[in-house]
Ligand binder design. Sequence first.
Ligand SMILES: C[S@@+](CC[C@H](N)C(=O)[O-])C[C@H]1O[C@@H](n2cnc3c(N)ncnc32)[C@H](O)[C@@H]1O
Length: 339
Amino acid sequence: MTRFDLFVEEALYGQNGFYSKGQRAGSEGADFITSPETSTLFGACIAEYLDRVWHELECPNPFVVIEAGSGPGTLCRDIFLSIQDCSDALRYVMVERSEPQREIAFRDVTTRCFLDQQEVPLAALQDLPAGPFTGVVLANELLDNLPPRVVKKTAKGWLELYVEQGAEAWQPTPPEAQTMASAVAPKAQTGTCLPLQLKAAVWVNRALATLERGRLLTFDYGVQSSEIFTKRPMGEWLRTYRNHQRSGSPYQEPGSRDVTCDVAFDQLPGKPSICTQADWLKNQGLYSMTDWARKQWQTALPSPDAAAVAARSVLDEAAALTDPEGLGGFLVAEWRVGD
Ligand SMILES: C[S@@+](CC[C@H](N)C(=O)[O-])C[C@H]1O[C@@H](n2cnc3c(N)ncnc32)[C@H](O)[C@@H]1O
């Protein structure tokens, strides 16, 4: 019998784990699609943000940007292609647990952005570096992949989810998890299931500890309050994906599918400012970046040429990144350190 979070940890990151085998986001052969894989506009907006934070921090050199869960390096590449003011000071660290992805990412970013350079301002590591640094830690869709513990309220208190021979097994919950469950969802009714996101909380604390001054910025699907879980069945907030589709039981064929959980931001340390991805991207100037495309498309109507169709696809990408029912509804959390 294995506790649920440890079971998922092995299914995602063990020797034959889903991510250990090199699964990546993207369109071809991928099991999920993320904002960096949807449009280069996402990286362009983050580059705007990094330039602004660099000025706010009084132009430090080096300016260290750590991207955790960097996957195939798409976001890193787009940031290097768009960054302006802080480009000379920028030292970028991709942190990726999967070795195949780390190798792909380092090769791809160096060949696309630094082909003629002997030394690159880029490193690819397996875990967060020690710090402390002045800069920014970024993570897109990392926290949802840090497996939660899962508890259920019963008439006799909370039980905890274990996995035994491909099926759920509910066991007595240790006292510290009972206390946490009651604190995050005090109004939970009997039968309510709840994730306890201790790994995500530990990761946020570690990321904050790498910074002497700067920002931690995360993008993920989730909720601001764990109370929301009490109204939703477990299958809605704990999901599996394979081939872009919702997939079956997380307990069977471990390693064959992604297992992901909505992030409960109230379970994370500190007091980040939180807004939707749609609002965050608008504040970074997404619409002024796409103004040219809007004008080109409107001018070319009613018989658009090839350039106008290309402009239209830029507008479609911006719409996908800000769709309130999809990526635009993700939550962006920003922690400030040292100011
Ligand atoms: C859903 S993918 C997102 C990839 C990329 N950020 C994107 O938006 O396309 C999550 C990634 O986080 C990586 N990962 C999971 N836990 C990690 C950790 N503790 N440190 C670094 N990377 C991790 C996984 O291997 C996977 O590549």
